[in-house]
Design a protein around this ligand. Structure first.
Ligand code: GDP
Length: 555
């Protein structure tokens, strides 16, 4: 398919000028950055991509003793270029010539470093990145406890489907439920309990039935993390939309791996490569482009690609070695709850650790009870439920809230004492809400070496001001402080924005927009600062003053 030079430049993270130069060097004839690369020129690029030419080094690189360069883990191609003292465009070019089309913003993995080290005659020393990555993941998802226990065993991944409205989340869930849930067992009538367990190649996958990020974030805001993998659905005929970005930011903020399902591939107007390009701009770089995000083209209508998608989910699960000990004290999360006229409080839980049994006394954060019965999504009565099992529990005294965690205790008395204690703690916590960062405190925290990053959620009334503001704010960055946009979008400040800010300790800035009432309440409860502006100058000035420690703390 045709692509314009500027599109390719954007994809690669280069300026139009740099890419034009590279193309010229490669012998591709282009006039302006608006030129589309036709079949012929595409072929030249393809050919140059097809034949690795790492051997001939650019002539301007002098042969000399190998330069030893320390590369911090997670460095991008352009970071590495800077460390080498070369232009990012030259690094991208060298990679192109070695047969790799890799954007300057992509993380420089081992393979990339190998190519660059050869071309530019350098030796890269990378800190133990695996360990650092793990630390990062840990920090990001403190709630996700490392599995403990002597009898760790593999467990099924728990998957949440997210994406923009109408991109096919429900259709995907329906399709997998219809085709992959085995109906062999007696009494195999599908029950909607809030999660579906399906089997693929003899292995189980648990899908949470509520698509979208509300469920995901409200659960996370409560401190519970159940999702192991997010499937991000993007319709190939529509491309990346605001909720796509919101969803991927939520997943990123909590450190949950993402598998991208490019849906509606059956439609003639589907442009799956455009989706890849757009998501690359948000840091999800397809594996086939040298990144580490798995993309699968699917159709939730015809079923094309669904098997491959499930395979990839299992692959990612394997990479993350999901394990749990079925013999420790049972623990888990409530994902749905309601009051049933006949049965009383009914709660669907996911067991995360240990094995829950009928007769156990369970305590959540607001309720407790003796498990009278457990029913799975096939309508079967279970006596016990091990890790990664979703079951409906009868026996709670009150209806607990989704997102509450539960555990098992030895006696009813213990359960009552525990609930009382939790309620008292809640009261105490409510009286001294944990406060998040404010713009006024930024400088002090910077001075204490606490935060080199100002994290922002930016909401505007129109796309134009969003771009302009982002540009101006980015310019305020100094050596001491980086400005990071956790999320940005057009429209009112919503609950979801506040949750995102809360999860990332960010400040919310609204330009010509206001929070809705729910968002306002939540921000107060969570101690998130929302700053509203209608004059660009005031906004920029405040952030600038904050960076310089000059912001009056009365605002
Ligand atoms: P959700 O809002 O993300 O849950 O989206 P839905 O699953 O409700 O799908 C929105 C619309 O897209 C429905 O009319 C579906 O029939 C249609 N749809 C979903 N997946 C596909 C697909 O793979 N191909 C085609 N042609 N249509 C699809």
């Amino acid at each position: 398919s045709k692509i314009r030079v500027y599109e390719l430049a954007k994809m690669l993270g280069l300026s139009n000028k740099d890419l034009m130069q590279i193309l010229e060097d490669l012998g591709v004839d282009v006039k302006t950055h608006m030129s589309s690369i036709d079949a012929e020129t595409a072929q030249i690029i393809e050919e140059s991509l097809g034949e690795p030419k790492t051997k001939d080094k650019p002539s301007d690189v002098k042969e000399k003793g190998k330069k030893v360069v320390n590369v911090p883990p997670g460095s991008s191609v352009s970071d590495v270029a800077n460390l080498l003292g070369i232009k990012p465009a030259d690094a991208v070019k060298a990679l192109l010539e070695a047969g790799k089309m890799i954007p300057a913003g992509a993380t420089a993995n081992r393979e990339i470093l190998d190519i660059l080290s050869e071309v530019f005659n350098a030796e890269f020393v990378v800190a133990d990145s695996a360990q650092e990555e793990q630390e990062k993941d840990k920090a990001k998802s403190q709630q996700r406890k490392k599995p403990e226990g002597k009898n760790l065993q593999p467990r099924a991944p728990i998957v949440t489907v997210m994406g923009h409205v109408d991109h096919g989340k429900t259709s995907l869930l329906d399709y997998v439920r219809k085709t992959k849930v085995t109906e062999r067992e007696a009494g195999g009538i599908t029950q909607h309990i809030g999660a579906s367990t399906l089997e693929y190649n003899g292995r189980k996958i648990v899908f949470l039935d509520t698509p979208g990020h509300e469920a995901f974030t409200s659960m996370r805001a409560r401190g519970a993390q159940v999702t192991d993998i997010v499937i991000l659905v993007v319709a190939a005929d529509d491309g990346v939309m605001p909720q796509t970005v919101e969803a991927l930011n939520h997943a990123k903020a909590s450190g949950v791996p993402i598998v991208v399902a490019v849906n509606k591939i059956d439609k003639p107007e589907a442009r799956p490569d455009r989706v890849r390009q757009q998501l690359s701009e948000h840091g999800l770089i397809p594996e086939e482009w040298g990144g580490d995000t798995i993309f699968v083209d699917i159709s939730a209508k015809t079923g094309v690609g669904i098997d491959q998608l499930l395979e990839m989910v299992l692959l990612v699960a394997d990479m993350h070695e999901l394990k749990a000990d079925p013999t420790v004290d049972p623990r888990g999360v409530i994902i749905e709850a309601k009051l049933d006229r006949g049965k009383g409080p009914v709660a669907t839980v996911i067991v995360q650790e240990g094995t829950l049994r009928v007769g156990n006394i369970v305590v959540s954060e607001s309720s407790w009870g003796k498990v009278r019965a457990m029913i799975d999504d096939r309508g079967r009565n279970l006596k016990e439920a091990g890790p990664s099992t979703a079951v409906e529990i009868l026996g709670f005294n009150d209806v607990p809230s989704p997102g509450e965690t539960f555990k098992v205790v030895g006696s009813e008395k213990e359960a009552r004492t525990l609930i009382d204690k939790i309620k008292q703690e809640e009261k105490l916590a409510a009286s001294k809400t944990e406060r998040h960062m404010t713009l006024e405190e930024l400088y002090g925290k910077m001075a204490e070496g606490e935060t080199p990053t100002l994290r922002l959620v930016l909401k505007c009334d129109v796309q134009g001001s969003l771009e302009a503001l982002k540009g101006s704010l980015k310019k305020l960055e100094t050596d001491e402080v980086e400005i990071q946009f956790i999320h940005e979008g057009v429209g009112r400040i919503s609950e979801s924005d506040v949750m995102l800010a809360s999860a990332s300790d960010a400040i919310i800035i609204g330009f010509n927009v206001r929070p809705d009432s729910k968002a306002k309440k939540l921000a107060e409860a969570e101690g998130i600062q929302i700053r509203l502006y209608d004059v660009i100058y005031d906004l920029i000035d405040d952030v600038k003053s904050a960076l310089e420690g000059m912001l009056a703390p009365t605002l």
